[in-house]
Design a binder for this molecule. Structure first.
Ligand SMILES: Cc1ncc(COP(=O)(O)O)c(C=O)c1O
Length: 392
């Protein structure tokens, strides 16, 4: 007789057969340019700590001091017992950084997206979502039980025709998009999106997870880069990537933030961030704003890396950020490519479905401002070796 959980064994076999089985690699160091795996040094080319701030001495010192003063855990949800002066200070920092009236923290970007989207719209409303939006946006849409209209990636004509076909309805409408797409690294056309939102009376929400710290003169993100800060009413971001810490946030008007504090379940019913993470984020945002040279160096490295890969004849998907996706194709080939990279001292795992569409598996390389030219040159050489070895 079958045991009730036997179906899991069958499903795992299917996952393995499709080359989609996921395992963990244990890294014995922080998110530095050179990491140790099984006692061996590798160049890290898959971190979202784009500015290297998770290992910055000033950020670590801020976290240490906060840990000493406040201890390890926050003790509860913000509304019950877990709201400290550091939460308030970071929210004020974020509002200033994102040029909005106010901001509100979540324990992660994932929680910010699922809670906010599912509270802004509900049954009978309509969400318009780019087909390559992050899973947390997709899950927020699912949780909201709204009608979801998926528009083709970056296709403003398609979005416009969908909005047009709903123009008679009085339902609330929400357009939601990543600003830098997490697996592709390309940019949403924010000026056109703000136009469409205005023309069709839709709310516009953008996810700045991979743009913050990387784009804009002050590093504030894509809204700053495109000069549309005052035209995007709902801005989501995370503190886990270029900010080098942990947490998520929504920035917007005072009313929007009051609404979230009163309505969003992933804010209300979740233990708040610990002091060490809050203090690290405050210190990191100061560095992002005051050290543009980190961003400038990062952009030089991106250019150098892409140039090197192009010379090798590898196919880079069109990206405009620190995410550099090298298209391989089938999942099995991408896994093999990543294995050869790792064997030769470069760590960047294969990205496979469901994170990317079938047939579009890739090596998603990400660069950090603490990489050197030498790291990049070595990485390019190893990519060349993997290309030859895998016959790509
Ligand atoms: C575009 C995007 N949005 C949201 C998230 C979730 O953020 P967090 O990791 O802070 O939960 C991620 C994280 O991978 C992301 O890439």
């Amino acid at each position: 007789m079958k045991e009730p959980l036997d179906w899991i064994i069958e499903e795992l076999k299917e996952i393995r057969d499709e080359n989609l089985f996921r395992t963990l690699t244990h890294i014995e160091t922080g998110q530095s340019p050179e990491i140790i795996i099984n006692g061996k040094s590798h160049i890290l080319l898959s971190s979202n700590s784009y500015l290297g701030l998770s290992v910055d001495p000033r950020v670590k010192e801020a976290a240490k001091l906060a840990l000493e003063k406040y201890g390890t855990g926050s003790g509860g949800s913000r509304l019950v017992s877990g709201s400290s002066d550091l939460h308030r200070e970071l929210e004020e920092h974020l509002a200033r950084f994102k040029n909005t009236e106010s901001a509100i923290l979540f324990s992660s970007g994932y929680l910010a997206n699922i809670g906010t989207i599912s509270s802004l719209v509900g049954e009978g409303d309509i969400v318009y979502s780019d087909e390559l939006n992050h899973a947390s946006i997709i899950d927020g849409c699912r949780l909201s039980r709204t009608g979801v209209r998926i528009y083709r990636h970056l296709d403003m004509g398609h979005l416009s025709s969908l909005l047009e076909s709903d123009s008679e309805t009085l339902a609330k409408k929400l357009i939601v998009t990543d600003t830098v797409f997490s697996m592709d690294g390309d940019l949403a056309p924010l000026p056109e999106l703000t136009e469409l939102a205005d023309n069709f009376g839709a709310m516009l929400m953008v996810d700045e997870a991979h743009a913050t710290g990387v784009l804009g003169e002050r590093g504030s993100g894509a809204t700053e880069h495109f000069g549309v800060e005052s035209r995007v009413p709902i801005v989501m971001g995370t503190l886990s990537k270029a900010t080098g810490s942990l947490g998520g946030y929504i920035a917007g008007s005072r009313e929007l933030i009051d609404f979230i504090r009163n309505r969003v379940r992933s804010y209300i019913f979740d233990t708040s961030l610990p002091a060490s993470s809050l203090a690290a984020s405050i210190a990191a945002i100061d560095i992002i704003e005051n050290e543009p040279e980190r961003r400038e160096h990062l952009w030089r490295l991106i250019k150098r890396f892409k140039g090197g890969l192009e010379t090798l004849g590898l196919e880079i998907l069109p990206s405009d950020s620190a995410v550099v996706p090298v298209l391989i194709g089938e999942a099995g080939s991408a896994v093999e490519f990543a294995r050869v990279l790792r064997e030769n001292g470069v760590f960047t795992p294969a990205v496979r479905p469901p994170s990317v569409p079938y047939g579009m598996s890739r090596i998603r390389a990400t660069l950090m401002a603490i990489h050197t030219d030498e790291h990049i040159d070595i990485a390019v050489e190893v990519f060349g070796h993997a290309k030859d070895k895998c016959g790509i």
